[in-house]
Structures are given as structure tokens and as C-alpha cells.
Design a protein around this ligand. Sequence first.
Ligand SMILES: Nc1ncnc2c1ncn2[C@@H]1O[C@H](COP(=O)(O)OP(=O)(O)O)[C@@H](O)[C@H]1O
Ligand SMILES: [Mg+2]
Length: 300
Amino acid sequence: MSKTSEWLVSFNSNYQKHIEGIISERKKSRREMMTISVTGGKGGVGKTSVSLKIAKDLADSGAKVLLIDCDYNLSNTAIKLGLPIQNTFYSLVTAEKQFDECLYKDGSFHLLSACNGSLDLFDSQFKLEELIIDVVNEHGHEYDYIVLDCPAGLQRESITLNAYCDKRVVVVTPDRSSITDSYSLMKVLAMKFGIKENHLLVNMTSSKSQYNRVVKTLSETVENFLGCRTQILGGIPRLNVSASEFDSTFLNLGKNDHQKIFLKVISKLTEELGSPKIEEVVLTPKSHGHCEQEVQIFNA
Ligand SMILES: Nc1ncnc2c1ncn2[C@@H]1O[C@H](COP(=O)(O)OP(=O)(O)O)[C@@H](O)[C@H]1O
Ligand SMILES: [Mg+2]
């Protein structure tokens, strides 16, 4: 595995100048494999559950899918699948194990899980974004989709991974802090990385009108202040099950209404890429994103 991906070398050497060119170049030379990050800024909004659901449903539809748990020391993907907790991710970081030895495989669904409170990983100086981008570069040709379950927060490493992906699924709940955090995430992506398009998934909705309100407020603010487009994936109603039942219920929805919603989400998400091309997006942000007051809109 090469130590540092070319993308990051370019990124670090002259970030402001190169970033849009690098991303658009990468999109032009894109293989058929699609990278999708599941993100959102705030914790507890359903990012990991949605990542697993998207990855599993894609695999069930016949695609070969790799889910990478990027919450590298608070990994939840294996827990939600009821798998034993292992810290094999650390062995990948130290190159003691090969990528393939660190995978959990269930048919065409592969999972690169991460660590849970590993002190070794905590002490190590590894760069998450470099490791993940190198995995994608080296093994992307083996998959149809690579899904990244991103950690909460606005750390540069996860923002970089979001910018690197072909598509970003921003998971938001009707909670005002979640809406504000997801806006902040899209703002940093737009202003620092030139990312002008994101997909929005509203989780834990309690009514259609609430869903509509979240979509309208967030997408209009993102368009008006950042000049970004928001592709709406849909809304997932709050499941009325106990915490202990949630994971298995969410991942095995059968043929109910929730599953129908997810089928639509998957079909919208897997639509062909390429429109709009990044270099063709014309931006007319009202504030150029420098206004720090726009988040007040969410609290009005
Ligand atoms: N649609 C939903 N309905 C009910 N509870 C949900 C829903 N989505 C998520 N949750 C609850 O939120 C918890 C946190 O979800 P998780 O996917 O771990 O969030 P994140 O990865 O964003 O921190 C879940 O364990 C579950 O209890
Ligand atoms: Mg999570």
C-alpha cells in the first residue's frame, strides 16, 4: 500500500489552488465504482444505521459493496451487526495485516470495521484520510460501491473524506442542532473544498409536514448562502421499537413502508453521476458563505 495517496499529496501541497481541479479530474477519470459517504456533523442522528442499511441493500440487489467504518476508535458497525468486537483495523494501520485479512464478509457485503477504544490506535500517529483513500485507490476496482460511515464532527480528516467521495448523504434529524450542524458541514465542504452538491436524508421524522419543513429550510439556506444544490433522498419515519430491538429491526425491514422508502433512497442515490459536472456549476451565493449569522434561520 502506498503511504500517501496522490490526491492528498496534491491536496496538501497547494490545496486552495488545486482542489477543484483534482476533484473534477477524479470525477472525469472515475471508474464504474461509486464512493458514497454517509455524514451529517452531529452524532446520534442515524449515520451508522443508514450506512449499514444502504450497504446491505445494495449488496442484496447484487452489487459488490465495501462499507468502511471511519469512526476509527468508536466503531459501531460491527456492534450493530452483532459481530464480535475486534481491533483488526489497528493491524491494518501498522501493516501487520493485509486489507483482505481485516474484512468481515457476508456474500457481496464486505465490512472494514474499526476499533473500539484501542489505546494503541489512540497513541498512533496514523492519518485516517490517507489510509482510507489508499484503500479505495487500491481496492476500488474490486467493488461496485464503497460506502464510508463517517464520524460526527467537523474534523479535517472526515471532511476530506467527504470531499473525496462521489456522493455525500447528509443525514439530518428534525432537531434544530442537527439541522445547524449539517449546514455547518455543507458550508465547510463548499467553502474549503468546492463541493456544491450533497444528498439529504431526513431521519426520525414524525410527520410529513415536519419532513417538508426540514427539507425546505435546509435546502433553501444551503442554496441561498452557499450556492449549493441539495438532492433530496427522502425521509425515514422514527421507528417505534425499543433500543435493543432497533438495529435488527432497521436492517431487516421486510416489505413494510420503511423498506419502500429505502428502495427509493437507493434508487435515487445510485442514479448516474455527472450532472452537474463540478466545473459547470455556476455559483451565485448571496453571502459567499462568510456571513456567520445564517444559522439563525434554523432557530427562528
Ligand atoms: N429511524 C429511526 N427511528 C428510531 N430510532 C432511530 C432511527 N434512526 C436512528 N435511531 C436511533 O438512534 C441511534 C443512533 O443511531 P446511529 O446510527 O448509531 O447514529 P450515528 O451513527 O449518527 O451516531 C440508534 O441506535 C437508534 O436507537
Ligand atoms: Mg455512527
